[in-house]
Design a protein around this ligand. Structure first.
Ligand SMILES: [Zn+2]
Length: 362
């Protein structure tokens, strides 16, 4: 970066890479959460000044929030890491945190404003319009495939994977249900629906395999998380309809085949809304408050989730919680001026500086 930022005209400089990382640390493994190798994206940028670099930090944080909320159907909390848990050398580390159904928090992505410390260390300077040499302000931000782990844990059930339509490789599977004497018409009806949906831009698959019965196909596509199933049998052929079945909860509706594209569109939206609402309900019910060490321990111990408390800002006040139940301060509010939820630190009783969100984590 130091070689690419010679002049103020070279800024902002933005680099991004998608790659795999190997960290030789994992003794226990959990798919997508703790593995020796993982896939991620990391961005690094250099800017003229603090204001521009901070805007970049917030832009990327906002994109991560939208990734979770608009693509993965997962509401998240947006905040800042406490000073002792920042990326080493960063001025500010911001985070999106997602709550899993088991009550543990997942750090979903981080965006760091690095100030000038890295630019000073790596000599990332530029000649400004007034000919003066200045030091750039840098940022970095990343999200890894732990987002997929969080997605699986949030939406899936005992029948297998549940994927939001935004992300599913196959959004709709058409399953024809035929007897020998009506096979041709039923498959033709299924093919017509498949091609109608395909033309409308839906990622659709017709499962006309001969050697598998409909029940087997239902189970298999449910296991794979396909959000919407279209069933077509002799009744649907006769009436010019199709029966739509939602993956998350089995809700079904028979619709006019002539307007199948509009109906499927509406149902895919409804499935997304259903997944989001369910995750949102989990999150909203799992944010509690506590005013003492015992209350924090008891509340997280009993329910999991997040506990908001007044905090003096001293790392030492996190230790008793960490030692007792392995919960930690996963974030504080993004806005440094936000008034703390209580006047006193729940641990030491000194004046609270901000609100800490305690939780167990992955
Ligand atoms: Zn304290």
């Amino acid at each position: 970066m130091s070689q690419w930022t010679r002049s103020h005209r070279d800024l902002p400089l933005r680099l991004n890479q998608w790659c795999s990382v190997v960290r030789w640390e994992a003794t226990e493994t959990k798919p997508f959460f703790r593995t020796k190798e993982f896939l991620w994206q990391e961005g690094h940028t250099a800017h003229h000044d603090r204001e521009d670099a901070w805007a970049e930090t917030m832009r990327r944080l906002d994109q991560y929030e939208r990734l979770y909320e608009d693509v993965l159907a997962m509401p998240v909390l947006v905040g800042r890491k406490p000073p002792h848990d920042k990326f080493p050398g960063a001025h500010t580390t911001t985070t999106v945190e997602a709550l899993m159904p088991d009550g543990k928090s997942v750090q979903g992505g981080t965006s760091h404003y690095l100030g000038t410390s890295f630019a000073e260390a790596f000599d990332i300077t530029y000649v400004d319009a007034d000919e003066a040499e200045r030091t750039a302000h840098t940022t970095s931000w990343g999200v890894s495939w732990r987002a997929l782990g969080a997605l699986v844990m949030t939406h899936s059930d005992d029948q297998g994977l549940v994927l939001p339509p935004t992300l599913a490789e196959t959004q709709v599977v058409v399953v024809p249900i035929w007897q020998e004497d009506n096979k041709e018409e039923v498959i033709a009806h299924g093919e017509a629906i498949e091609s109608e949906l395909d033309e409308a831009g839906v990622r659709v698959h017709l499962d006309d395999r001969e050697h598998r019965n409909p029940g087997f196909k239902y189970n298999e596509w449910e296991l794979n998380g396909v959000p919407l199933r279209v069933e077509v049998g002799p009744n649907e052929v006769e009436e010019g309809t199709a029966t739509l079945v939602h993956r998350p909860d089995g809700e079904r509706e028979t619709v006019d085949a002539a307007t199948i594209d509009d109906s499927v569109d509406e149902h895919l939206d409804a499935i997304y809304a259903k997944l989001y609402a369910s995750a949102e309900e989990t999150l909203e019910g799992e944010i509690r408050e506590a005013e003492s060490r015992e209350e924090i321990l008891g509340t997280i111990g009993q329910h999991g989730g997040y506990v908001k408390s007044g905090w003096c800002g001293d790392e030492d006040c996190e230790d008793p919680i960490k030692d007792a139940i392995a919960a930690e301060i996963v974030m504080v509010p993004l806005d440094r001026d936000e008034e703390p939820i209580h006047d006193e630190c729940a641990i030491c009783g000194e004046d609270a500086e901000e609100t800490a969100y305690f939780a167990k984590t992955y």
